[in-house]
Design a protein around this ligand. Structure first.
Ligand code: CO
Length: 136
């Protein structure tokens, strides 16, 4: 059902410092920072030929990654995103097999303009899973 890994997201306490690490120390190509107020994060995309890492810092008062950074003050891997062709079909299959979809179960538009859903980390070995509908 799942396709390519679209991105791996890392929560960071200081986006500028994290970007400098990835760009200057690892020699990675980093985007300009982008505010996503509806998701409560500011992100930088780190692009490799075979995939992306997203560095994210909290944006605003009620950022969904604030709690994660309290538990992981140095930052840490936050979620992994897999591509699916049909997000509603994927959701229905997951729900019927007992997986929990976070929120109201309706896809939201994610950082790349595509519908996304998140799956409960307790159902996937402690890892938050994002699924993103990517067509074409
Ligand atoms: Co993501």
């Amino acid at each position: 059902m799942i396709g390519r890994i679209n991105h791996i997201a890392i929560a960071v306490p200081d986006l500028a410092a994290a970007t400098a690490r990835w760009r200057d120390d690892l020699g990675a190509e980093c985007s300009a920072p982008q505010d996503l107020p509806e998701h409560g994060v500011r992100i930088v995309f780190v692009s490799q030929p075979n995939g992306k890492v997203e560095l994210m810092e909290p944006l605003g008062e009620s950022s969904p990654i604030a709690g994660f950074l309290v538990k992981n003050p140095d930052g840490g891997m936050h979620h992994i995103c897999y591509e699916v062709e049909d997000i509603l079909a994927a959701r229905d299959r997951l729900v019927s097999s007992g997986a929990r979809v976070l929120g109201d179960g309706k896809p939201k538009i994610g950082a790349h303009g595509n519908p996304v859903l998140f799956l409960h980390p307790k159902d996937f070995c402690g890892t938050l899973i994002e699924i993103e509908e990517v067509t074409g």
